[in-house]
Structure formats: C-alpha cells, structure tokens
Design a protein around this ligand. Structure first.
Ligand code: F6P
Length: 341
C-alpha cells in the first residue's frame, strides 16, 4: 500500500468533512500512508485534479458542512469510459486504493471500478438514508433534525392561523426523512413514495382534528411522492441529466384545501436540510466510518463498503450495497401512522 485516494461524489451531505478527516488522520498518523484528496468527485479523478492531505490540512473541518474536496455528479461510466478514463491520474499519482464517499449511484460506479480491478473502499453517504446494507447513513440525522425543527416552527404559526401546513422534505424516491421527522415532530399525516396516499383520507384526518378542537394540521410530504392523478409536474434536469425534484406539495395543496375548507400552505424545505454543521451523531458516525475505511484500505481490502450494523462498523460487499435502494420499512411507517390525526 502506498497511496490512498479519497473523493466525495454526488450531492453533498453533512459529515463528509468528518469522513475525510477520519481517513486522513488514521491513514497518515496511525498507518504512515500517504493520502491524496481528489477534487470535485470523479471529475478530479478523470482530469487529474488532486491535493495532498495530512493532519494539518484537515484541522477544523470536523464541524463544517459541505466537502473540502468539492463534489460533482459526474460519473466515470456515464461521462467517461470507466477505469480507462481514470488510469492516467492513477498512474501519475500512484494511488492504489480509492476511498469513495457517495450515495447509491456513486457506490455503483465504485463497484464497477472494483470489478475492473481497482482497489476500492466505499463509504455510504446520503441524507436520504436509502443505501442498502447499512442501518443508517451519515447526514440523515442532521437532515431529520432540521426537518423536525421546521415542523415545530410550522406548528405554532399553523395554530395561530387555523391552517393546514404541508412540509415537503427531501429523500428522492424514499421517504426516510419524511417518516423520521414526521414521527419526531408529531405530524398528522406523512406521505411517502413507498405507501400510496389518498387525499380524502388526509382531509378526513384534518376534519377530525378540527372537530376535536385542534384547528390546524401538519402534513409531511416526501419530495418523491407522485402528484395527484392528471397533474403533470415540470421536472427539470441538472447539468448531468439527473431529475431535479422539489415542489410536488404544491400540486397536493389545492385539493386538500378544497376537501377540508382550510387554508393550506406549502413549505419546501430544500437544501437547508443538507447544509450546515452535522449533528453530534453524524460527526461520530462519519468519523468512525472514515477510520474504518482507512483501516480496510491499509489491510488491502477492496469491493466493500463500511457500514453501521447495530452499534458496530463492519465491511459489507459493494454488491450487497448496490443490490437495491432501501425504502422505509412497514414497521416504521406503522409507528408513524399510529399517531396520525
Ligand atoms: O440525494 C440527496 C438529495 O439531497 C435528494 O434528497 C435530493 O432530491 C437531491 O439530492 C437534490 O440534489 P441537487 O442538489 O443536485 O438538486
């Protein structure tokens, strides 16, 4: 083992810097192995943009959101020719193991690179919490905390004005942030992509609350739920051709308002869930994952991702991680729906 390369790809997520710090300090100080940071995700690997990292370079970043390495949605298999397009940089820098911090798309590319023969260790990252093989991803706890605070704040203004408040949260095709923040904030209904919704049911919850003297309601909406039948959203794509979600709650609000007779307002929380300092839980998880990734890289492991299972950090095959996108389980949604209304 001579050089570990580390990159962050895909959407950013609170805790990325904590992982970079964990890998760097563990590799350079404990194992005496060189670390190179690769700038702007896969783009830096393809274009040869790297910086040397040691303990001093990563001081002060533990608490910072974003990623000191930058990120992009570029992908070596979508925008390049796989391992071939990274070979120049790998040869020039002497990188022999790559630590890849990313979500499901990034980990899929990491798996393919490892199948082509590159040593790769994955670190699961996403506020969406949808990566298979790990109990939780770092960044999720921070996003849930931000969304929960939003629910708390919306509740008091909703109550003052007798309104129904729809809070739309991120999560792409899965409803983890919606379900967890909805439980934590005591939401009256939670709409997620995994469970078909019925706006008549939502309306009857709101009306039942009204009859019981609670003249406001909070409905959490995951950004990935389908719009009502017959409504087509104007979904734009980002620079790399990925769909930009956000705003579906606006298509639900008029029907809820018409069915209930209550003014219905929408808040789309957006990127505020992803920015800023990670929670203590995410800092600890990200640090543990970074340390474990460095240890596995130095041990010559490849094709695995570091994962949280129970209270342990363990290696899980990238194949298992990429075999499916993990959705909200029935038992958790059942807990949430117990308190609807
Ligand atoms: O995957 C994380 C995530 O924040 C999703 O919840 C969201 O849909 C998406 O990324 C937004 O990505 P971007 O910042 O590229 O628009």
């Amino acid at each position: 083992m001579s050089v570990i390369g580390i990159l962050t790809a895909g959407g950013d997520c609170p805790g990325l810097n904590a992982v970079i710090r964990g890998v760097t300090v563990r590799a350079t100080e404990t194992h005496d192995v060189e670390v190179l940071g690769i700038l702007n995700g896969w783009q830096g690997l393809i274009e040869g943009d790297t910086v040397s990292l040691d303990r001093d370079d990563v001081r002060g970043i533990l608490t910072r959101g974003g990623t000191m390495l930058g990120t992009s949605r570029m992908d070596p298999y979508v925008h390049g020719t796989g391992l071939e397009s990274c070979k120049n940089t790998l040869r020039k820098t002497g990188i022999d193991t790559l630590v890849v911090i990313g979500g499901d798309g990034t980990l899929r590319s990491a798996l393919q690179l490892s199948e082509e023969g590159l040593n790769v260790i994955g670190v699961p990252k996403t506020i969406d919490n949808d990566i298979n093989g790990t109990d939780m991803t770092f960044g999720f706890d921070t996003a849930v905390s931000v969304a929960t605070e939003a629910i708390d704040r919306l509740a008091s203004t909703a109550e003052a004005h007798n309104r129904v408040m729809l809070l739309e949260v991120m999560g792409r095709t899965k409803g983890w942030i919606a379900t967890y923040s909805g439980i934590a904030g005591g939401a009256d209904a939670i709409l997620i992509p995994e469970v078909p919704y019925d706006l008549d049911e939502v309306a009857s919850i709101v009306k039942k609350r009204y009859r019981a003297g609670r003249r406001f309601s909070i409905v959490v909406v995951a950004e990935g739920v389908a719009p009502p039948k017959g409504v087509k959203l104007d979904v734009r794509k980002d620079a790399f051709g990925f769909e930009r979600l956000g705003g579906v709650a606006y298509s639900l609000a008029p029907t809820i308002e018409d069915l209930t007779g209550f003014e219905t307002r929408v808040t789309v929380l957006g990127h505020v869930q992803r920015g800023g300092t990670p929670t203590a839980f995410d800092r600890v998880l990200a640090t543990r994952l970074g340390v474990a990734a460095a240890d596995l890289a130095v041990a010559g492991e490849s094709g695995v991702m570091v994962a949280l299972r129970g209270s342990e950090i363990v290696p899980v095959s990238l194949e298992e991680a990429c075999s499916t996108v993990r959705g909200v389980t029935e038992d958790i949604y059942d807990v949430a729906s117990t308190f609807f209304g």
